[in-house]
Write a protein that binds this ligand. Structure first.
Ligand code: SF4
Length: 278
């Protein structure tokens, strides 16, 4: 194993390295000498403090070298490098990981990878033999590729790729988070979407748990909602007001009420002798 002890002649070429750093840097921004490191045999990098305000902790790294059996040290390269305490930009993140829902603007294109796990091959008819090939039958049958393709198109399957189980699962999770039974709106709703007349069912396996809200006054109008979601716009939520209770009777002192003095079938009283028939 070769030694990493700096080559003596290269290590002594500090002034050559400083001149190179001064030439590359803005005037007055090359600071103290910080040391040298051996990169390889007869290749040494000298480090100088960078005093640029925007580059705190960075260092001018000047690499010098010499050829074998040569005594002349020459300049290799000058570059500004971050030191251990340098202020650095955050780690670069690929665009595919930075992208967030809602970032896609008008006219933007968002290609999906060929191996996107959210998708799987659909029925496109490409695997079927062409009508006149040796593999194709003479008479049209129920399994005729053209017929299968027509039915597949009608069912919405005539696509190169369709949602995989993972894709379905991820979509269901997202929709549950936005318009699911755990949202405050659903918790305060009088009933759930499952019994609401404004719910438009979905097709496919997702119809078991989701539909589209079609109530223009509901916050979820036009969105996929879970059956467990609900809002105050539920079609059966409105309760007809009960008829008001009649007010308490009022004594009317402006008219005379006829009062029966006796029962209708009772004997008339003997008023002449002041006796009653009772
Ligand atoms: S109106 Fe409310 S309860 Fe009815 S489907 Fe829309 S969100 Fe669900």
């Amino acid at each position: 194993m070769r030694s990493r002890t700096p080559d003596r002649l290269c290590a002594e070429a500090v002034e050559l390295a400083r001149d190179a750093a001064v030439e590359a840097a803005r005037p007055g921004t090359v600071g103290d000498y910080l040391g040298a490191v051996a990169d390889a045999d007869r290749v040494v990098t000298h480090l100088f403090e960078c005093q640029e305000p925007g580059y705190r902790g960075w260092r001018w790294a000047v690499t010098v070298a010499r050829a074998s059996r040569a005594r002349v040290v020459t300049l290799d390269e000058t570059v500004l490098l971050p030191g251990p305490d340098a202020v650095l930009a955050p780690e670069w993140v690929p665009w595919s990981e930075r992208l967030r829902p809602g970032d896609l603007g008008t006219g933007d294109l968002l290609p999906t990878e060929a191996d996107d796990l959210r998708l799987e091959p659909g029925y496109s008819g490409e695997d079927e033999p062409p009508p006149n090939s040796a593999l194709a039958g003479d008479e049209p049958t129920a399994t005729d590729p053209a017929r299968i393709g027509a039915v597949a198109d009608e069912l919405g399957m005539g696509r190169a790729r369709v949602l995989s189980r993972l894709g379905l699962h991820l979509a269901a999770e997202r929709w549950e988070d936005r318009f699911g039974p755990r949202t405050p709106m659903a918790q305060a709703a009088p009933a759930s979407c499952q019994t609401c007349g404004f719910l438009v069912p979905l097709a496919g396996s997702l119809r078991q748990a989701f539909g589209v809200c079609a109530n223009e006054y509901a916050p979820a109008d036009g969105s996929v909602v879970s059956f467990g979601y609900g809002c105050g716009g539920h079609s059966e939520a409105a309760v007809m007001p009960r008829p008001p209770k009649p007010p308490a009777p009022v004594i009317d002192e402006t008219r005379v009420d006829d009062l029966a003095l006796r029962d209708a079938g009772a004997e008339p009283a003997d008023t002449e002798h002041g006796e009653t028939g009772a």
